[in-house]
Design a protein around this ligand. Structure first.
Ligand code: NAP
Length: 292
């Protein structure tokens, strides 16, 4: 069987790079990976080095900025001309823009939506018609536990993942009729170079975000800190997953003939999902923040 053609966004580092390397190094050579990134001139070396002999064998680097339609069109066209197909799209590229929502300029919110939501919409629109025509494909959205369950910080980021989940849930049923499967991956906190800066301590990450809200009055910062500290179950406690854990889930989705729509990547995230989805009024969740 020929290798599946996989296109991944945001592969210069982090989770996207990990997914790309994991698939490209598959011992059975089942995947040919197009690891895309927005700035090849400055950002490709790390991925290239880590790919080693797999570079230009099962891993290929292409330039693609999810906010720039011309780079999407050019790269997708090039892959189709070379391979004749795209079997899997992994929408991974994402940013955070931590700021206190009450004083953050609107641009803060727009910038996150532009990459995390509209970027995925652009990519999905570019690839879905190809997959429908070939009656085969998988579209994998790297969402987050914060795509279905909010916390009292990251108000600029969380809506971008909620939007991605809504978009995905809306487009998935008709696409399944064309044998095109949409899945959302919902990781908790994943260990990346950013988390390492905080000694991989999840609480330290939350506190650093609140500390960075220099214009937030101390009373409100204190309330928020207390909520984040006293709700370890819903703010993910101290659980940190590895990039390999997430890459493995993505590989499972690709290997499945009929993948699920949602994949929580750990038992903790599954528990949060159960809590979220059996609370129709939303009051149980509100009360869990306010109980102290
Ligand atoms: P990361 O280490 O910061 O990597 C983000 C990647 O996205 C980088 O390659 C970055 O490229 C790229 N990117 C940013 N803007 C882009 C654009 N306009 N076009 C193309 N690529 C762009 O982040 P990560 O932690 O690996 O996160 C990857 C995904 O997982 C994101 O969607 C994130 O929301 C999601 N996620 C992360 C966690 C976590 O704990 N880390 C948890 C749940 C979900 P540059 O190098 O050029 O900036």
């Amino acid at each position: 069987m020929s290798a599946q053609i996989v296109v991944i966004t945001g592969c210069s580092k982090g989770i996207g790079q990990g997914i790309a390397l994991n698939l490209a190094k598959d011992p059975q050579r089942r995947f040919k990976v197009y690891a895309t990134m927005r700035n090849i001139a400055t950002n490709q070396e790390d991925t290239k080095t880590k790919a080693g002999s797999y570079y230009n064998d099962t891993l290929f680097i292409r330039e693609l900025d999810v906010t720039k339609q011309d780079t999407i069109d050019k790269t997708i066209k090039g892959i189709i001309e070379g391979e004749g197909t795209i079997d899997v799209l992994v929408n991974n590229a994402g940013i955070e823009n931590p700021a206190w929502w009450q004083t953050a300029p609107m641009k803060t919110f727009y910038d996150v939506m532009e990459v995390n939501y509209f970027g995925c919409v652009r990519m999905t629109k570019a690839v879905a018609p190809i997959m429908k025509t070939q009656r085969r494909g998988k579209i994998i959205q790297i969402s987050s536990v914060l795509g279905f369950k909010a916390i009292p910080i990251s108000a600029e980021y969380i809506p971008s993942k909620f939007a991605l989940e809504g978009f995905s849930e809306s487009i998935a049923p008709p696409l399944r009729k064309f044998n095109v499967w949409v899945s959302v991956i919902e990781p908790g906190v994943v260990a990346t170079p950013m988390s390492e800066e905080f000694g991989n301590d999840v609480n330290a990450i939350w506190h650093a975000i609140i500390d960075s809200w220099t214009d937030c009055p101390e009373e409100e910062a204190t309330i928020t800190r207390k909520m984040m500290t006293e709700n370890p179950d819903i703010v993910l406690g101290t659980e940190l997953q590895s990039i390999d854990d997430i890459a493995k889930v993505v590989q499972d989705v690709i290997s499945s003939a009929k993948p699920d729509f949602r994949y929580q990547t750990s038992e903790t995230v599954k528990t949060i999902a159960r809590h979220r989805f059996i609370d129709p009024s939303g009051n149980e969740i509100m009360n869990s923040w306010l109980k102290q």
